[in-house]
Design a binder for this molecule. Structure first.
Ligand code: 5GP
Length: 189
């Protein structure tokens, strides 16, 4: 998505050699008009798939998932990262290793919100090593639901997530794929 690439070049900031900070439009301040274009693009790319739910992970996936769901007219379910007291006792859970926080955590989705007859589109902001998406796919499998695809805003193509998922037959569509971020310079694939 050309506009997204331009936005990353204009507003993104490379931290170290493998973290891209996009707090100006996606991860802290949210450019809603721009996110709307992202939602439209996901709809264009997954249109016609049997999508009944959009699944993401808190917190930064929620905004993108909600704006995309407006076009699919489906609910959004977001996996929680803590087992709150008010969470239903019947839940699916999976363990995820966080790339940015360098620690493992569990994710939880109440069984009420994903059923075997659901077609689930997974949406997230970033794809790095693929741990978050793999945790979400695990939950889709536990629910016996159908995985309709995986939509990613920014894939860091120099990390292994995309290759592992596509190699396992998962239909991953990323709106921008970064090939390298050497010396602070973002180069797209
Ligand atoms: P993965 O599970 O694929 O290794 O990492 C994906 C998750 O880590 C995403 O949900 C995202 O929140 C976070 N993440 C990974 N790499 C980056 C990055 O370069 N920038 C930001 N802002 N988040 C990232």
């Amino acid at each position: 998505m050309q506009l997204l690439k331009e936005k990353i070049l204009a507003e993104g900031q490379v931290i170290g050699h493998d973290i891209l900070k996009v707090d100006r439009f996606l991860n802290h301040q949210i450019d809603v008009d721009f996110l709307n274009l992202i939602g439209q693009e996901f709809y264009r790319r997954f249109e016609g798939r049997p999508v009944t739910k959009i699944l993401t992970i808190e917190a930064s996936g929620i905004a993108v998932a909600c704006i995309t769901a407006q076009y699919f007219h489906t609910p959004v379910v977001f996996a929680k990262k803590s087992q709150a007291k008010n969470l239903d006792k019947k839940f699916y859970t999976s363990q995820v290793y966080s790339f940015t926080r360098e620690a493992a955590y569990n994710i939880f989705v109440a069984k009420d919100y994903i059923n075997p007859d659901d077609g689930v589109l997974i949406i997230d902001d970033f794809l790095a090593n693929g741990r978050a998406v793999r945790g979400l796919i695990d939950i889709v499998k536990q629910a016996g639901a159908n995985l309709a695809g995986v939509g990613i805003v920014i894939e860091k193509g120099f990390q292994e997530g995309g290759e592992l998922l596509r190699g396992a037959g998962v239909d991953v569509k990323s709106l921008a794929i970064i090939g390298s971020m050497e010396k602070g310079e973002v180069v797209f694939k």
